[in-house]
Design a protein around this ligand. Structure first.
Ligand code: MG
Length: 181
């Protein structure tokens, strides 16, 4: 029987957005690491706004159900959950669909704390969680100038998927880096 031509597109793009409110007395988790601050992000899980936006970007790229559908806040199971669980499920779905992550780019918007001193650590952790090299993870931090949103943290993320670039294989990255991009 002749092989059916793979009709899937070579690349797919995904976009994710999330916001959480600051609350006193809870740990601040952003990008899978805990940052020193007197307030954290409220939410049913650990409130990791960046990992939630990345998760939704990955799910969106393959038109899968979103984070709130897969992990409903009404389910006690996800109370205080480590958001790495959500990210891993989204990555698994991406890989199962026959795609790998080419790169991601994120904007974080929050008044405090200053993200600059933690950017490298966040990028490293996100890259590690996604099986990417750090230089395939873009991260910009902005303050919410003129938005009157000083008590919230917001994340916007875009992700590019490539067909056949199977996940988990970080060894693919050095090779890819040699290619002209
Ligand atoms: Mg969220």
């Amino acid at each position: 029987m002749p092989k059916t031509k793979d009709q899937r597109p070579k690349t797919r793009i995904g976009y994710g957005f999330d916001s959480h409110e600051f609350r006193p007395g809870i740990p601040l988790k952003i990008g899978g690491i805990t940052l020193p601050h007197d307030k954290g992000l409220g939410g049913h899980s650990d409130g990791d706004v960046l990992l939630h936006a990345i998760t939704d970007a990955l799910l969106g790229a393959i038109a899968a159900p979103d984070i709130g559908t897969l992990f409903p806040p009404s389910d006690q199971k996800w109370k205080g959950a480590d958001s790495v669980i959500f990210l891993r499920e989204a990555l698994k779905r991406v890989w199962d669909a026959g795609y790998g992550v080419a790169n991601i780019d994120a904007s974080l918007i929050l008044a405090a704390p200053k993200i600059g001193p933690h950017t490298a650590a966040i990028r490293t952790r996100v890259a590690e969680l996604m099986g990417l090299r750090g230089d395939y993870v873009g991260l910009k931090a902005k303050t919410p100038e003129g938005l009157n949103l000083d008590n919230a943290a917001i994340a916007h993320v875009v992700v590019l998927l490539e067909k056949g670039a199977a996940g988990r294989r970080t060894s693919r990255r050095p090779k890819a880096a040699m290619r002209k991009r």
